[in-house]
Write a protein that binds this ligand. Structure first.
Ligand code: DER
Length: 211
């Protein structure tokens, strides 16, 4: 089974957690791209908030009811992918440059569900952590932060500048605190275990459900 098949398997498994009448947060990325048609096919009476224009467009085209986040202050459930899942539950997200909005939605959800293929669980977080930086004072922020490489992609939907932090990832809690405290940094792609309620990981056709 391919990783795309596993993404679809995890996404389909998560749809069973959504019930009529719920307010649902929709993440962003290629795994969520499989969630949307599976969710739409259930024909539930739900209202959804998207974490990116591309999720909003795709969901709307499938007939899912998309409402503006200004109409919602809590979610019954939010479902999203991840780039990396550490054994202690720390996530790296933001490969798709949507981590700032995704974190606001995940934090406002009674139940935050992560869906993933078998490539996402890692022995230790590695590589880089996406960051969104305020355009105002960008050079000063970059000088202060160090280890950040800006991406060549357009800014985030909220006008922030997207980059990747390439420093030490051995202590995600300490790094998350340091990045969060950095003036000019809007948010970063480290999601704490306390924010995550369920992780559905597809390995072949089997789904591991971590709570
Ligand atoms: O950019 C994001 O935050 C995505 O949700 C990312 O974490 C997972 O993207 P994928 O489902 O395409 O691997």
């Amino acid at each position: 089974m391919s990783s795309e098949d596993e993404k679809r398997t995890a996404a389909v498994a998560s749809v069973g957690l959504v019930e009529n009448g719920m307010t649902v947060g929709l993440g962003t990325g290629s795994t969520v791209a499989y969630l949307l048609p599976a969710l739409a096919a259930r024909g539930l009476d739900i209202r959804c908030v998207a974490t990116s224009p591309r999720t909003a467009t795709a969901a709307g085209e499938l007939g899912l009811r998309i409402v503006d986040f200004s109409e919602v202050d809590r979610f019954d459930i939010a479902i999203d992918g991840a780039d990396q899942i550490a054994p202690d539950g720390w996530l790296i997200k933001g490969g798709g440059a949507a981590h700032t909005r995704e974190k606001v939605v995940a934090n406002a959800a009674d139940r935050f569900v992560v869906i993933a293929d078998a490539s996402k669980p890692v022995d230790a977080l590695h590589g880089s952590v996406p960051v969104e930086l305020l355009a105002y004072g960008l050079s000063a922020t970059l000088r202060e932060l160090a280890h950040v490489v800006l991406r060549d992609v357009p800014r985030s939907p909220d006008g922030g500048v997207i980059g990747d932090y390439h420093g030490d990832l051995s202590d995600p809690a300490a790094l998350a605190a340091r990045l969060s405290a950095a003036p000019g940094l809007v948010d970063h792609g480290l999601f704490p275990p306390s924010m995550v309620n369920d992780v559905l990981i597809a390995r072949g056709s089997d789904v591991e459900h971590r709570v």
